[in-house]
Ligand binder design. Sequence first.
Ligand code: FMN
Length: 215
Amino acid sequence: MICIAVVYFSQYRGHTKVLADAIQKGAETVPDVQVVSIPVDNVEQHWDDLHQADAIIFGTPTYVGSIAAKFKEFIEKLAGEVWLKRVWTGKVAGGFTVSAGQSGDKLNCLQQLVVFAAQMGMIWVSLPVLGGKYSTKGGDEDINRLGGYLGVMAQANIDEGPETAPPSSDRATAEIYGAHIANVARELKEGRRALQSDSPTDFVGRPKNLPETFD
Ligand SMILES: Cc1cc2nc3c(=O)[nH]c(=O)nc-3n(C[C@H](O)[C@H](O)[C@H](O)COP(=O)(O)O)c2cc1C
């Protein structure tokens, strides 16, 4: 099986959870894929799921133009052993965020997730869908209506609950992203399996000749 973990924080209106659910739904359309969805508050019960996952998709609302403090707290827990021993190196990574503003400074939030993934030695996957709403023919129903590519960017009105916000176009965008990451993870895992004997990386994608860590 290909194991995908979605780890997210969602507090204010539950909007980020809506995206996490949509990403899970999309990923589960790919054969041989199983998804574990982890609210960051429950992470202590899920470290094994995260360490064993083939792909990890990170979700946080944009708070004050940044990843939310609770999500940063989770990230900083990884700055010790997991980072040092390159435990997540070679895993596939992706990210999603939502804000009230059309921009909301979401790009900064996704960039923080990309840098984190890079520090862990992960392989970041972007959103492959062409941006929508580029002309008078476009609209809010378009997939990737906000025209971002680093990951999923969604927008949710602050006076709407998770029943209606973010809107269906953003949910559909998240589903496509979930399926795309699951496909990439599957291809990578199968490719690594096929190439295991002569590949410079081990089965999970870590370089075989990693220097000793300095512990
Ligand atoms: C503390 C806080 C800071 C926020 N900062 C921003 C911001 O910088 N830009 C923005 O557009 N929306 C901002 N928002 C709105 C949230 O990003 C938005 O409501 C989001 O959908 C909340 O997701 P959640 O319900 O999963 O927590 C902020 C909300 C809160 C509670």
